[in-house]
Design a binder for this molecule. Structure first.
Ligand SMILES: [Zn+2]
Length: 259
């Protein structure tokens, strides 16, 4: 008999671990769509797209665990078009959909920011209580430095090498990186908070037109390293933690996205 956990057991553990009640998020966190009671196999992925659902069907998964789930604030609530297609594929197979957005960005061990630091070999600053030093809304922006001396140019090359994607760099390539700040995903709007906390280089996933001017006018460097590229690691680490704790196989499926 394969190892099985109940939907409720998994939901309880995820909520205890990620504490979604601590965040003011733009989507519901936790079990978004109910599927079958018993879970023997889980597929993890960045976004609960149709392609991820098809992968879960092909792998005979009982649950999908994603960073970007559904039902975002201000979206059209009607179940039509691609939304109907996603939901009907999921429900016909009785696959559970769990999604954690900001709670997964922020988690101190398995979160996207903690895991990006691990992948990039960045050393977070530590507060007197031992926790990593952070700033910005919900403490989402992390502060620290690369493990070895780097310039903006060598840091960008290292990002391209480790994440497998060429970043977009605003700033002087020869400038040393002394105080680094980072936040995965579409966190370009938190550059102000990163600069106020003393960063001279800020790395995030996406970029907007005003980000370029803010970087130029403050002299700080901005590196846009890819929303998808920076958010592949948290959900994968969470899957590995579930597998280690419950023995249920969790497979990460990378649906590539150039943004
Ligand atoms: Zn994201």
């Amino acid at each position: 008999m394969p190892i099985q956990i109940s939907r409720q057991e998994l939901a309880d553990w995820l909520n205890d671990t990620l504490q979604p009640e601590r965040f003011r998020d733009y989507c519901p966190n936790g079990l978004q769509v109910q599927g079958r009671d018993g879970i023997r196999r889980i597929v993890t992925g960045v976004t609960a797209s149709q392609a991820l659902i098809e992968a879960a069907v092909a792998l005979d998964a009982d649950a999908i665990l994603a960073h970007h789930g559904w039902f975002w604030k201000n979206e059209d609530p009607c179940i039509r078009g691609p939304k109907h297609s996603r939901l009907s594929t999921l429900m016909a197979r009785e696959i559970n959909l769990f999604a954690y957005h900001l709670p997964l960005d922020a988690h101190l061990e398995w979160g996207n920011n903690a895991q990006l630091a691990r992948v990039m070999d960045w050393v977070p600053d530590v507060r007197p209580d031992g926790a990593p030093r952070r700033c910005g809304p919900d403490d989402l922006v992390w502060l620290g430095a690369p493990a070895r001396d780097m310039t903006v140019g060598t840091l960008a090359a290292d990002i391209a090498h480790r994440l497998g994607r060429e970043p977009l760099v605003i700033g002087e390539p020869g400038r040393p990186v002394r105080r680094l700040a980072w936040c995965t995903g579409a966190a370009q709007g938190m550059m102000d908070a990163a600069l106020a906390a003393g960063a001279d280089c800020y790395v995030s996933g996406e970029i907007s037109e005003p980000t370029v001017h803010l970087a130029r006018e403050t002299g700080a460097a901005y590196i846009s390293a890819g929303h998808h590229a920076t958010e592949r690691y948290g959900i994968r680490a969470l899957g590995a933690a579930i597998e280690a704790r419950f023995g249920v196989p969790c497979e990460f499926v990378d649906i590539d996205n150039p943004v």
